[in-house]
Design a protein around this ligand. Structure first.
Ligand SMILES: [Cu+2]
Length: 470
């Protein structure tokens, strides 16, 4: 089923990707620049005054992640400099499937000391990100921005990337063990409680985190970004959290949401926008004239915790912002999702094939599944044929929200709770408790692709499936 031929024993570099043709390596070939090197490293950060050892994805000059341009090839060499195997997924991109970075599906992980090469065309721009798909490394910040500039970017606009994360001093393996133990307890308690009627109260935030980070920092010492009074700013918000959804709040400023998951939408003006795990928001701001400190906050759904950065215009005084809001924020809903409209929707077309994916789980033992099936590599893929218009209908039968991500394809939201509409194009869709959401995609990128909940511990527990047409 899975070729392990590329995994070379003895610490020699493994190739997750097919070798680059010699022609492309010639420096005389137009556009054949040397690959950008991305190193997977251990690094130390400080969280609320305490040292923490985490991972990072950096270029040799210490730039986090990658910024490139549409039309340029994605030509990257990943060097694994940590003590365990790893593999990086390019979230939202549509590479050939062998370069998708999912261990056990697209290829083997890169052993410690090894490397892997990637080379594929970039046909669209936007805000994307990269993260480890190996084990629980993402919880230790093995993630970084992946920004692709295109004609939408304005010359007189300052780009500000904000990468959100959840952080715990407890090792991820321990967090997962604790979830399995406490989930059994919660199940017994719920069974003793009387059944409630109507929409169940959503069950949010399984993990109690020690901190929430924006560009690796908390509000005790936030990043201060210098901006021009009266200037234009493009916020590229990336929710790189393992388990946490936020409301991005612009305070007193109005912003225009112009893209989600990298894909352009008809602009929506607002001061607060929801962002589920793995989703991205592009928000355009026009700053008021004169000096001012403008916090951009991310408020944890259902809780009072918050994180963020401060845009500082013209030497304004910057007040300390508490990391707890005055009241809990609400749970994320699909209200915004219903109103989002793609600038470039998929062509109108009847589905050739529909797959229904019931999102299922058993809190006892923290078991998460799709159609009652816990993923292992022998679970048959969902059938799809090349060229088909496929619809995936997600039906959330659990009390928890699940952000569902399909690899290798963008999809369009076409239905929420039985109501058809032409929604946005994106790569990760939140399915809130009890809801039914359908997305459509064109099967034009043959391969074996992951389809899973992006909550890290749900994914690890088995809420994962694949589609295959190759
Ligand atoms: Cu989930």
């Amino acid at each position: 089923m899975l070729s392990r031929r590329a995994l070379i024993a003895g610490g020699v570099a493994a190739l997750a990707a097919p070798p680059i043709p010699a022609r492309a390596q010639s420096s005389t070939d137009d556009g054949a620049a040397a690959p950008t090197i991305l190193r997977l490293e251990r690094r130390d950060i400080e969280v609320n005054g305490k040292a923490a050892s985490v991972y990072g994805i950096r270029q040799p000059d210490r730039t986090f992640g990658l910024t490139t341009e549409v039309g340029k090839p994605f030509r990257v060499r990943v060097e694994n400099r940590i003590a365990e195997p790893s593999l990086i997924h390019w979230h939202g991109l549509t590479p050939p499937w062998r370069q998708d970075g999912v261990p056990g599906i697209s290829g083997p992980p890169i052993p410690p000391g090894g490397g892997a090469d990637y080379d594929f065309p970039l046909s669209f721009g936007g805000t994307f990100w990269m993260h480890s798909h190996q084990g629980l490394q993402e919880q230790l910040l093995m993630s970084a921005p992946l920004i692709i500039h295109d004609r939408r970017d304005l010359a007189d606009e300052q780009e500000v990337v904000v990468m959100l994360a959840d952080f715990s001093f407890t090792p991820p393996e321990q967090i997962f063990e604790n979830l399995k133990k406490s989930a059994g307890m919660a199940k017994r308690m719920k069974m003793a409680a009387p059944m409630s009627t109507g929409q169940p109260k959503p069950d949010l935030n399984d993990v109690k985190y020690d901190a929430f980070l924006a560009n690796d920092r908390t509000l005790a010492d936030p990043e201060i970004v210098k901006v021009e009074p009266g200037g234009r700013v493009l916020l590229r918000i990336i929710n790189g959290s393992s388990m946490s959804a936020f409301h991005v709040s612009l305070g007193a400023l109005d912003g225009d949401l112009i893209a989600v998951d990298g894909f352009e939408v008809e602009p929506i003006r607002g001061r607060s926008f929801p962002v589920a795990v793995a989703q991205r928001l592009d928000i355009r701001l026009s700053l008021p004239p004169g000096p001012g400190a403008h916090p951009v906050l991310a408020e944890l759904e259902g809780e009072m915790s918050q994180t963020g950065i401060v845009l500082a215009a013209g030497g304004a005084a910057i007040a300390r912002i508490p990391d707890r809001a005055e009241k809990p924020s609400p749970a994320l809903t699909l209200d915004l999702e219903r109103t989002l409209r793609a600038k470039r929707p998929l062509a109108e077309r009847k589905a050739d094939r529909v797959h229904t994916l019931n999102l299922t789980g058993e809190m006892a033992g923290y078991v998460w599944s799709i159609n009652g099936v816990v993923w292992d590599k022998d679970v048959p893929p969902l059938a799809v044929a090349e060229g088909e218009r496929v619809e995936l209908v997600f039906v959330n039968q659990t009390p928890m929200p699940h952000p569902m991500h399909l690899h290798g394809h963008e999809f369009q939201v076409v239905e929420i709770d039985g109501k058809r509409f032409s929604g946005t194009v994106r790569d990760t869709i939140l399915v809130t408790p009890g809801r039914r959401v359908a997305v459509a995609f064109d099967a034009l990128n043959p391969g074996w692709w992951a389809l899973h909940c992006h909550l890290l511990y749900h994914l690890e527990a088995g809420m994962f499936a694949t589609i295959r047409y190759v």
